[in-house]
Every structure is written in C-alpha cells, then in structure tokens.
Design a protein around this ligand. Structure first.
Ligand code: MRU
Length: 366
C-alpha cells in the first residue's frame, strides 16, 4: 500500500509530501509541497482533497508560509497567507478552521523561529488529531455495521457510499470508510456499492482503488443506480462523509449526496454521515442558505479522463458548444440523515443531538 498516510513531513528533505490524487488509480506519485503557493495549488487543483486532508494541508501551508517570512514582518504576513489559503476552496470548513487555529498558536511575543516551530507542531498535532478522530469514528460506526450483520444472519452488509471519504480524503482510515475497514478487519462480511461520483470520479477512481488495496469487496456503480438498488433491498445502509455540517445537522457533501439521501429516506434505509468535529461549522444554522457551494471549471464536466493502451488520456464527452455547470457540493437537510457518526459517538442530526456530544459548544447563556 506504500505510505499509509496521504500527507507527511519529510524531515530529510525538510518539505511536505503528499500523494498526488489527480493521478490515481493510474499512477501512484508523490508530490512535493515546499511553499505556501504549492500548498494552495495542491488544494485548489485537488492534488489533495477531502475535508480533513484539506485542513491538514492548510496547516502545513501556514508553516511553510512562515518559513518564507523570517525577518520580514512575519505576523502581519501570516494573516494575509491565511486569507489566501482560505480562498482556495470554499466549502470544506476544515480549511478555515485549520488556518484560524494556526493563527492562534503564533504571537509577536515569540521570535520568528519559535513561531515557525509552533506552526510545525500545530500541523503535526492536527494531523494526529484527524487520525485519532478517524479511528474513533471507525469504532462507533463498526457497531452499526455489526448490528446489521447480526440481523442479516451474517450475510454481507451492503453499504453504499458516495465520493471518497476514505484515507485519501483524511490522513489514515477515513471517515465514511473507517467503519468499513474495521468491520472487514473484524471478519464481518461487507460489500460496498461505490458511486462513481461524476464529474471527477472520486468514487470510481479513489474509493475503488482504496477498497481494492484493502481487499474489500466492492462494485462501482453509475451515480444514477443507487435508487434502483435501494428499491430492490440491495443496500442495507448508506455512509457518506461531510465537508461542512451545520449545528442543526444539515450536511454539505459531494454533489449527488442529497439525491442518495432522498432515495434512502423513501426506501427506509439508514443514511449515516461520518464526520470529525473539525467538519462542524458551529456558527451556521441553515445549511441550504448559508453553506458556500464551490463551483468548479466546466472542463471537469465536459471532459473525462481514462486509460487507453496504458496511456492516460482526456477526451470530450459533450458537444463543443453546450454550456456546462459544475457545482461541487450539495446540502442534505438534517431531516434526511438517520444519524451522525463522530469521534465522540453517534447522535441525531439535530442541534440537541450534536450538543449532547459536544456540551462545551453550548452557548453559555443557554
Ligand atoms: O471535492 P472533494 O473531493 O474534496 O470532496 C470530498 C467530499 O465531498 C468528501 O465526501 C468529504 O470531504 C468527506 S471526506 C472525509
């Protein structure tokens, strides 16, 4: 499997390295992130992607930025660097969270080299925290899979997932995939329906690759197939990740998630969202009105990429003059979410459900 992490600091070369996710599954290449600009490009070009990984990359980006500002008004430049990083992708709240938290660890009471060291330590701490959260999400989600397996007489639990909320989107294990990995390790039979996730095909390219590496049975399906499978009792549960979850439980995730939630609701199939608390936006109440939805280049819709005769090629799939729209995410309203799986446990997708796991977040005047 190579390095089990999706991003790491290489102390010998004194740089950050990451898997270039644009090239998988055709090529497994490591990319160097050595400057603030390279960190920002890696996020906006989706070399790295997935909410927790975007956050960790931003934290490393802040560290790399500070290294370039030694003796050059570091504190003031860091605010600018943070804003610039934040503008690279708007939907995943982990990005803003990581930048804002990084800014709290530095101060003009420290020397430049102390601030640089503090930012490095923050990036490493955030990375470890995300790994720990993934493990805990995995353990809580494992109980849900176990219960279905027992109810089904140990028949393979049929799980549908959308996009890639796996180790590539995080650092290790993933969010939506963590319970699946742990179930597989525990000897519980699982089979995963993997939505291809147009337009960038994170499901077909990344989730399928990850599950294949782990030896987990899976089948890639077109995005439109989920409803049919659910109507025919071929799905026991849906687990997806999140890019931003509001305090009332609305969930922004990869475009198409909402349609799966509607189909699951109509067919009485549990729809779970696995997320670390770093993905909760404590300031927002109404996801549909308030979560910024990224719109990306239309070329991602009009072109596709594949491998032909061992050569990776891109080809156009629509008429040259047709307009395209490319919304990156949609919002699933809380009422369609059976439960949230977090590092603190499983809760209802409601304000009270979330605050029952994170009581320290309850406003003091309540
Ligand atoms: O555009 P992407 O690939 O960054 O979108 C990723 C997703 O939507 C994931 O499902 C989400 O970030 C959860 S990742 C643990």
């Amino acid at each position: 499997m190579g390095n089990p992490q999706s991003i790491w600091f290489n102390p010998e070369k004194n740089i950050v390295e990451a898997i270039d996710q644009r090239l998988l599954p055709f090529e497994h290449v490591t990319i160097v992130i050595g400057t603030l600009q390279e960190a920002r490009n890696a996020i906006s070009e989706m070399v790295v992607r997935g909410a927790p990984l975007i956050g960790v990359t931003a934290a490393y980006g802040m560290y790399l930025a500070a290294r370039s500002y030694v003796g050059n008004n570091l504190m003031a430049e860091m605010n600018w660097a943070g804003e610039w990083l934040k503008s690279s992708r708007p939907t995943a709240v982990n990005l803003a969270f990581a930048v804002d938290e990084a800014l709290t660890v530095i101060s003009d009471q420290h020397t430049d080299s102390e601030n640089i060291q503090l930012l490095y330590e923050y990036a490493e701490t955030l990375k470890k925290r995300e790994i720990d959260f993934s493990k805990k999400i995995g353990l809580f989600g494992l109980e849900l899979i176990k219960a279905i397996s027992e109810r089904n007489g140990n028949q393979p639990v049929q799980i549908l997932t959308h996009c890639n909320a796996g180790r590539l989107a995080c650092v290790e294990l993933g969010t939506a995939t963590a319970p699946i990995y742990l179930a597989h390790e525990a000897g519980i039979l699982v089979h995963v329906w993997v939505d291809e996730t147009r337009p960038r095909n994170q499901g077909a390219r990344l989730t399928a690759w990850e599950l294949g590496e782990a030896g987990i049975p899976h089948t890639v399906i077109p995005d439109n197939a989920g409803g049919h499978l659910m109507q025919h009792q071929m799905v026991d549960m849906v687990i997806v990740g999140s890019d931003r979850t509001t305090l009332n439980g609305d969930v922004a995730n990869k475009i198409g998630t909402y349609l799966k939630a509607l189909a699951a609701f109509d067919n009485d199939i549990p729809f779970y969202v696995a997320l670390p608390s770093t993905t909760i936006d404590w300031n927002l109440r109404d996801g549909i009105l308030e979560i910024p939805i990224e719109q990306r280049d239309g070329g991602e819709v009009s072109m596709m990429e594949g491998i032909v005769d061992n050569e990776v090629r891109q080809f156009r799939i629509i008429p040259e003059r047709s307009a395209v729209a490319n919304y990156g995410f949609d919002v699933t309203p809380a009422r369609l979410v059976t439960a949230l799986i977090t590092e603190k446990g499983v809760c209802e997708a409601t304000r009270e459900g979330i605050l029952s796991l994170f009581p320290e977040r309850r406003p003091i005047n309540e």
